[in-house]
Structures are given as structure tokens and as C-alpha cells.
Design a protein around this ligand. Structure first.
Ligand code: DX5
Ligand code: ZN
Length: 217
């Protein structure tokens, strides 16, 4: 069964408590937090005080996706705010190996993300060190974008790299996931699906999460 990580990027922030309660009461596996710095990506979201408040009511692990340059500067603050999984971008780190080790030393699960134009071949030497790889299936920055079709080959290639080496690294994808494509993508080898718009634009988000969990349409 696929793991589902609703992204609150397109949630109603005036009712954030209710949105988190909705995720708590659903079959979702993680709560996905998109942290943007208006520098690495052309958008700005929220930071530590908001994460802390979410953590105080969340019943699912916080899957924290950092779209910020040089994330080393803030790893400890993210841990202290309640991040369980911390994802950094390959393209935003000067010394990725060092960053990954530091995330693990701080007691979080370490994950690395690749933009659509970054090849999975670059993960060859870091793969055994990470809990998860997050393949961006849209360009990072905004919710509600269209899934980039070339991502499917990339997912298959990464799945093969992981299996050939006997690793248990998880594959997560982020962007443009919906009830129509989740089945094919799970078959291609994805373990965890970040889903924003499909969940938060729905009349009954709990029901949509259940449908996604069951492989979509
Ligand atoms: C984009 C974010 C995504 C986004 C996914 O930078 O990382 O998490 O919210 O949203 P949808 O599912 O709407 O494409
Ligand atoms: Zn994300």
C-alpha cells in the first residue's frame, strides 16, 4: 500500500488546526511541510513557530521538505521544532554528505531531493546513507502544477538502483499526484506520495486520502 503525505501548502491557513485534525483522522501516513525561502525557490512559506504549533497537535510524523539554500544553518532548529524526516535538496547543499550525517546525528531521518533536471545517477555515492529520496515531479515552488511525464523513467531507474544494491531506501515523489496517476506511479516503484491540491481542493479530503491509499482510480 502506498504511503500518503498530504502537503499543507494549499491548506486553509485560517483553519490550520482543523486541517491538521483532518489529516490526523485520515489514513495519511505523514504530514508534509513545504519550507520555502524565496531564494532557492521563488516562493516563501512558513518557519519554526508554525512547525512547532503543528507538532503540538500532529499525530503523524512531520515530513519536512526544505526548499532553502544552505540548509546546514538551520538543521538544529528544524529538529527542535519537531521535524521527523528532513529532506534537503541536492542542488542546495555545498557538502551533501556532511549535511546528511548531521541530520542523522541530530536524530532525524535524512532524505535528499532532486529537481526535475537533476539525474538520479548523482545519488550513486550517497544512496546507502539516506532513508528516502524525494523526486520532484514538478519544479519546486508551487502547489497545483502538472506532473512532468519524464519523471516516470527517472523513478524506474532509481527503483532499479535501490533494488540492485539491496537497499531499503524509500522513494517519495512530490508534485502533480492525483487519483488517475497514483496507480501507475506506485507500480513504477514509488513508496511515498506527497499530495497537495488533490487533497485540499476536495470536498471530502479524508475520502480522497482513503482512495489514494487504495491506489486511486
Ligand atoms: C512544491 C511542493 C509540493 C506541492 C505539491 O514545491 O513541494 O509539496 O505542494 O502539491 P500538488 O500536489 O498540488 O502538486
Ligand atoms: Zn514538498
Amino acid at each position: 500500500m502506498p504511503l500518503i503525505a498530504p502537503s499543507i501548502l494549499t491548506a486553509n491557513f485560517l483553519k490550520l488546526g482543523e486541517e491538521i485534525e483532518m489529516i490526523n483522522s485520515s489514513e495519511a501516513d505523514f504530514i508534509h511541510l513545504d519550507i520555502m525561502d524565496a531564494n532557492y525557490v521563488p516562493n516563501l512559506t512558513f518557519g519554526f513557530p508554525v512547525i512547532q504549533q503543528i507538532k503540538s497537535v500532529a499525530k503523524k510524523p512531520l515530513d519536512t521538505h526544505l526548499m532553502i539554500l544552505d540548509p546546514d544553518r538551520y538543521l538544529e532548529e528544524f529538529r527542535d521544532s519537531g521535524a521527523d524526516i528532513l529532506t534537503v535538496h541536492y542542488e542546495a547543499c555545498r557538502h551533501l554528505h556532511r549535511t546528511i550525517q548531521k541530520i542523522k546525528d541530530l536524530g532525524m531521518k535524512a532524505s535528499v531531493s532532486l529537481n526535475p533536471a537533476t539525474s538520479v545517477d548523482l545519488l550513486e555515492d550517497i544512496l546507502p546513507d539516506v532513508y528516502m529520496v524525494l523526486i520532484m515531479t514538478v519544479n519546486p515552488g508551487y502547489g497545483g502544477q502538472k506532473f512532468i511525464p519524464q519523471s516516470v523513467d527517472k523513478i524506474r531507474k532509481l527503483r532499479k538502483m535501490i533494488n540492485d544494491r539491496g537497499l531499503d531506501t524509500m522513494i517519495e515523489i512530490d508534485g502533480g499526484v492525483n487519483l488517475n496517476n497514483i496507480g501507475t506511479l506506485a507500480e513504477a516503484g514509488v513508496d511515498v506520495f506527497v499530495v497537495g491540491n488533490t487533497v485540499f481542493s476536495a470536498g471530502d479530503p479524508v475520502a480522497i486520502i482513503r482512495q489514494l491509499k487504495n491506489g486511486g482510480l
